[in-house]
Structure formats: structure tokens, C-alpha cells
Ligand binder design. Structure first.
Ligand SMILES: CC(=O)N[C@H]1[C@@H](OP(=O)(O)OP(=O)(O)OC[C@H]2O[C@@H](n3ccc(=O)[nH]c3=O)[C@H](O)[C@@H]2O)O[C@H](CO)[C@@H](O)[C@@H]1O
Ligand SMILES: C=C(OP(=O)(O)O)C(=O)O
Length: 417
């Protein structure tokens, strides 16, 4: 078993190139199943979630290859409509193969995704949408089986703007007969990125970036070459690192427009941020102001940045109230941060964080991906040495994190331990 060891950091200084977004890349990989032609995806991040999705695609019948950071995928036909159980459990986003499989091949069978550490994460909205498109869905023995000779366009209102349900239904609607309208759709930038890739494949989509999507189904889609958007959560994580260490970091390959709530909260906390067309510079201030945060669907504050911002607030000059509205159980980092000396009280879906002058290094365990990132950030600012276990979570979503942090001056290494 491996762990990450971190010593209290000097202020982070230098530049970092942000990788492509995990949450854009995974649906884009699923979308390659919508065509029998070759899809080429550039600038792929090195993530265990990407490896798991490659396994899922190959298992289903796609010929998927990675050369350097370019992925090619070609799925001329299905070997099986049943998604592999093991990869499915490792990768929640694998549920996104359901839309493409149903739309192109008329059948899909997937192990129902279980709960994960941050919440139960049901797929009822995905299934309700597929039913509205004419699919017959049965549940049994832990599997969902869906069939449809050909999906038919429909008007679908999402009870909650679910990212995954919007993506799954958007992909399915591209090959459905007639027009589909998605109301109260999620508006995350990664959905827009998926939509742009689908349009480059020949899909007809109107309203991208809004919560009202109109999709005109096509008989078939073509191959595509595509480069996904930069990872706004990775960018945000490095920004918090700079803010917590009083550093000065230039982040390259960022879209500031995707980072509005994070930039606003970091500025409120005292950081100075200069925006450029494809990059930004962040300078931390010696004093961190406590800020309140409420996670919301985009364009609200991203839940995927809530744990990292909580790490920052642990060193604030007052009290922060951090409210998590998207996932019912996304405070698992609280116990670990408290072990490092943080003063945090959970009250239902809010955490009340009283700033302390110093965190202390100790052995902690990452309970999920962004909680792991929060612990790394806390470790950079903490006195002494921090050892972080549970790296399988962190490796799902951060591309060469230690290498990038080391290039900024951090003392961080991975050891067999
Ligand atoms: C691979 C990927 O892109 N993951 C992101 C995606 O996850 P994901 O697509 O799973 O997130 P959703 O937006 O679907 O989930 C948000 C909330 O809706 C609930 N829900 C969702 C679907 C459903 O059918 N029924 C239901 O109740 C979930 O349990 C959760 O409480 O968006 C989340 C919210 O921005 C991010 O934190 C994840 O990083
Ligand atoms: C929750 C996340 O991802 P996933 O939906 O893949 O679990 C995340 O990226 O923080």
C-alpha cells in the first residue's frame, strides 16, 4: 500500500499546466460509442478513472488505444451489451455508457451503481429519462437492463439538474427519432464540452450552456477529433494550495469563465488573482479571511471544490459556514482535518469552521477524491509531516499531482508504506 508524505511547504511558486478535465473526458469517452467511426481525443489526463473507462469500452467491443496522451476509440459493433461489474464499481461515470448503448444498439445491461462515500447517488433520473424516450427498463439482481428498438424523442423535465442524467440523455437523444427537449438540464461546462464534441460528430443540439436543450435526433454520427476543456477542479485545487501557503503561482491552460465562484471566494479570502485569456496568476496573502460557502449546481460554487476550500478555511481569521447541498455525505474530510488540529463542527448539512493559527501533520486517510485533495492541501500548510493514505481515491482524478506540486517547491513524495 502506498502513501503520500508531505512536509510543511515553503510558499508554492512557479507555473503549472492544468490537465484536461476528468469530468469532461469521461462522458466524451462514453460518447465514442455513438459512432462506428474512429474518434481521436487529444490531451488525455493520466487518471485511473480513464484507465477504468478504457476497460469498460474495450469490454463492450470498442478498440480503444492510448498513445502518449492521445486516445483513439472505434466501436464498429458490440461484443456484449453488459458493462463489466468490476470497472463499474471503480468508476461511477461508467453509467454514462448506458445512453450511447441504448441509442445505437437498442440494448444495455449494467450493474446498478452502488452508493459511494459521498452519497447514495441513485440513477433514477437517468432511468426516468430513458423510459420517456421509449426504453423498457427492468431492474433485478443488482442489474438494470434496458431495451428499445429505437429511442423516440420526448420532452423530459429533470427533477434536479443532474450532471450525469443530462449527459446520458443528451447522448441518447442524439440518435433518437425526432426531437428531444431536456428541461432543467444541468449547465456544467463539462456538459457543454460534451455537447460540442457531439455537434462535431454531426449531432444537432440547440441551447448548449442553458438549462433548456433541444436535440434533433440523427440516424448516425461520424468520427471526430476533439480536445477536452481544462480541469476547473484541478485548477481550483492548485489555487487553494497557493492561497494556503502564501504562494505565487501561474496556472496555464485554464478557462477563468468556468471558475467564477472559486475565483470570487478566493478573492474574498484575500488572494490576488490576475486573469489572462488562457491562464491566471494567484498570489496568496499572509492572512486568510474566513469565507462562507454553499455548494450548488453550476454556476454556483462546485461541490467538487468544497473540501479544498474547507481546508483553506481551517486557517481563516474567523468563522466560516460551509453548506453542502449537492451530496448528502460530503463531509468525510472533516474528521481527518480535525485530527490535524482543525476546529470544525457539523450541523446537519453545514460545517462551522473556526480558523486556527496552525494545523499539525499526522497520519490521515483520504475517504474520497476531493477529501484527499483537501488533506494534501492541509498537509502543505501543516507543521511537521503529514502522511496520507487512500491514494486510490486521489489517483482517480488528479494527473501527476505530486510531480506538479514538487515543481512548485512542495516537499511531497509517494512511498510504499
Ligand atoms: C464524472 C462526473 O462528472 N462527476 C461529477 C458529476 O457527478 P454526477 O453526475 O453523479 O452528479 P449529479 O449531478 O448526477 O448528482 C447530484 C445529486 O443528484 C442526485 N441524483 C443524481 C442522479 C439521479 O438519477 N438521481 C439523483 O438523486 C445525486 O445523488 C446527487 O445528490 O456531477 C457532480 C455534481 O456536480 C460532481 O460532484 C461530480 O464530480
Ligand atoms: C465526485 C467526483 O467524481 P465522480 O462523480 O467520478 O465520483 C469528483 O470528481 O469530485
Amino acid at each position: 500500500m502506498q502513501s503520500i508524505w508531505i512536509e510543511k511547504s515553503v510558499p508554492l511558486e512557479g507555473k503549472v499546466v492544468v490537465s484536461s478535465a476528468k469530468n469532461a473526458v469521461l462522458p466524451i469517452m462514453a460518447a465514442t460509442l455513438l459512432t462506428g467511426e474512429t474518434c481521436t481525443i487529444h490531451k488525455m489526463p493520466r487518471l485511473s478513472d480513464v484507465q477504468a473507462m478504457v476497460e469498460v469500452l474495450n469490454h463492450l467491443g470498442s478498440q480503444t488505444h492510448m498513445k502518449y496522451d492521445t486516445l483513439t476509440a472505434r466501436c464498429e459493433g458490440l461484443v456484449t451489451e453488459e458493462a463489466p461489474y468490476e470497472a463499474m464499481r471503480r468508476l461511477r461515470a461508467s453509467v454514462l455508457v448506458m445512453g450511447p448503448l441504448l441509442a445505437r444498439f437498442g440494448k444495455a445491461r449494467l450493474p446498478l451503481p452502488g452508493g459511494c462515500n459521498i452519497g447514495v447517488r441513485p440513477v433514477d433520473l437517468h432511468l426516468k429519462g430513458f423510459r420517456a424516450l421509449g426504453a423498457e427498463i427492468t431492474l433485478g439482481n443488482g442489474y438494470v437492463t434496458a431495451t428499445a428498438p429505437r429511442l423516440t424523442g420526448a420532452r423530459i423535465y429533470l427533477d434536479f439538474p443532474s450532471v450525469g442524467a443530462t449527459e446520458n440523455l443528451l447522448m441518447a437523444a442524439c440518435l433518437a427519432k425526432g426531437t428531444t427537449i431536456l428541461e432543467n438540464a444541468a449547465k456544467e461546462p463539462e456538459i457543454m464540452d460534451l455537447g460540442e464534441m457531439l455537434m462535431a460528430m454531426g449531432a444537432k443540439i440547440k441551447g448548449l450552456g442553458s438549462d433548456f436543450l433541444i436535440i434533433e435526433g440523427a440516424r448516425q454520427l461520424s468520427g471526430v477529433e476533439y480536445t477536452p476543456i481544462p480541469d476547473r477542479v484541478e485548477a481550483g485545487t492548485f489555487m487553494v494550495g497557493a492561497a494556503m501557503t502564501g504562494g505565487n503561482v501561474l496556472l496555464q491552460n485554464v478557462r477563468c469563465a468556468h471558475l467564477r465562484p472559486v475565483l470570487a471566494k478566493l478573492r474574498e479570502a484575500g488572494a490576488t488573482i490576475t486573469e489572462y485569456p488562457k491562464s491566471l496568476r494567484i498570489k496568496g496573502s499572509p492572512k486568510i479571511h474566513s469565507v462562507d460557502i454553499k455548494s450548488l449546481p453550476y454556476p454556483g460554487f462546485p461541490t467538487d471544490m468544497q473540501p479544498q476550500m474547507m481546508a483553506l478555511c481551517c486557517l481563516g481569521d474567523g468563522t466560516s459556514v460551509i453548506t453542502e447541498t449537492v451530496f448528502e455525505n460530503r463531509f468525510l474530510h472533516v474528521g481527518e482535518l480535525k485530527r490535524m488540529g482543525a476546529d470544525i463542527l457539523i450541523d446537519d448539512r453545514s460545517a462551522v469552521v473556526k480558523g486556527v493559527s496552525q494545523l499539525q501533520g499526522t497520519k490521515v486517510e483520504a475517504p474520497d477524491l476531493r477529501a484527499g485533495a483537501a488533506l494534501i492541501l492541509a498537509g502543505l500548510a501543516a507543521k511537521g509531516v503529514t502522511q496520507i493514505m487512500g491514494l486510490e481515491h486521489i489517483d482517480r482524478g488528479y494527473d501527476r499531482l505530486e510531480e506538479k506540486l514538487r515543481s512548485l517547491g512542495a516537499s511531497i513524495e509517494r512511498r510504499d508504506a
